[in-house]
Design a protein around this ligand. Structure first.
Ligand SMILES: O=C(O)CCC(=O)C(=O)O
Ligand SMILES: [Fe+2]
Length: 376
């Protein structure tokens, strides 16, 4: 049974979410759009990019292919939605994977582990995990490393999951490399003035999902939201402005980039399932950094050390990383004196990302429309 046969109406999104999340029997994936295969349906249209916005050498500095070679698509019925099928240079993804695992979780950035551990215990998540992740499995059930327990990291204006707001007084510099990448992608997509001000990194294990939500806490919705994915693939559901709008299911593979702008900036979306990428594909991409990329003069270049490479490869074999980058304020705009109460949306009712930071009680309150990661 394909997802298209799942009942429509008020619960359409929820039912399709459940459909793709189901483990036994596994769902039929035949309705899932796969942009890596190109213009395979009438709904997929080529996206128009600004070919002169980013020079080839600028693109290479961020680990990207020349813009003229990008395979960028739009989707009929989703104005402002752009899907770029892996625009990264061969071998540059491991750099971003290492940043997400080794660099971005470092202080002063904030992560879910900070919610119930002391700063000294979360000071060196990578260092404390290297041994566990690089030694061969003993076959016994071993305690999870901190890296395996990492669920989210916030950058720039740090998102407050409880109030669902950003604030002026909780801000640290957004990493310059991620800023560069974001500015180039957005410029090529027709948003030259984009300023990357906040980032949310999601760390998905093979059994994780992300509930139905809208990203509307940013004060400015005229700028796009960018999303980068690395590692294992995911099923991404993109709905509409109303929670009940039937979503389109699509694969997000390693290296894929999504731009949600215009109307689609405020569309409901969710990730019901992580799907395994072919082993060879992950291995090939990780190998690429040793050969093709290591000699290039680039901001994101340089081969990974042997240790970094082993840990990143091991991690990515069963996990997915997603980085979303947002502009929170337009120039001249400032935060209200007292933060306005969170807008009431289905995302806020459901918990949205909030559950990602919560252990125990909230995790036990499992619902299909809230973030969850089953503990093995
Ligand atoms: O993991 C994804 O692809 C989506 C992430 C997302 O929607 C978010 O962080 O707001
Ligand atoms: Fe989102």
């Amino acid at each position: 049974m394909a997802a298209s046969t799942v009942v429509r109406g008020e619960d359409a999104f929820k039912n399709i979410f459940k459909f793709y999340k189901r483990k036994k029997p596994p769902p039929d994936f035949s309705d899932v759009t796969d942009f890596s295969k190109g213009l395979t349906s009438d709904k997929i249209v080529p996206a128009v990019l600004d070919l002169s916005a980013v020079s080839d050498s600028e693109a290479a500095r961020a680990g990207l292919q020349p813009v003229k070679t990008w395979r960028a698509f739009g989707l009929q019925g989703y104005p402002g939605f752009i899907f770029i099928s892996n625009p990264f240079l061969r071998g540059s993804q491991p750099f971003w994977i290492r940043q997400c695992l080794k660099t971005y979780p470092q202080k002063p950035n904030v992560c879910n582990l900070d919610m119930h551990m002391s700063p000294s215990d979360t000071q060196d998540i990578w260092g404390q995990s290297v041994h566990g992740l690089s030694s061969p499995s003993s076959g016994k059930r071993e305690p999870k490393t901190l890296l395996e327990r990492l669920r989210w990291v916030t950058l720039g204006y740090h998102y407050n999951w409880d109030t669902k707001t950003y604030s002026a007084n909780h801000h640290t510099p957004l990493p310059a490399d991620l800023h560069l990448l974001s500015v180039q992608i957005s410029a090529a997509c027709g948003f030259p003035g984009f300023s990357a001000q906040a980032g949310i990194l999601n760390y998905y294990r093979h059994d994780s999902s992300l509930g139905i939500h809208v990203d509307e806490s940013e004060l400015d919705h005229s700028r796009p939201l960018l999303s980068f994915s690395f590692g294992q693939s995911a099923i991404f559901l993109l709905g509409g402005v109303r929670r009940e709008d039937t979503p389109t299911a699509m694969y997000m593979h390693s290296g894929d980039v999504m731009v949600m702008s215009g109307q689609s900036r405020l569309f409901y979306h969710a990730v019901p399932r992580i799907v395994s990428a072919p082993q060879e594909q992950t291995a090939l991409e990780m190998e690429g950094c040793r050969m093709a990329f290591s000699s290039q003069d680039s901001t994101v270049g340089g081969a990974l050390s042997e240790e970094d490479w082993v840990v990143c490869t091991r991690y990515i074999q069963s996990s997915r990383l997603n980085v979303t980058v947002r502009q929170v304020l337009v120039p001249g705009q400032s935060f209200p004196e007292t933060p306005s109460p969170p807008q009431k949306t289905d995302a806020s009712q459901a918990g949205g990302h909030q559950d990602r930071q919560a252990d125990g009680e909230r995790r036990r309150r499992r619902r299909c429309d809230s973030v969850e990661t089953s503990e093995r």
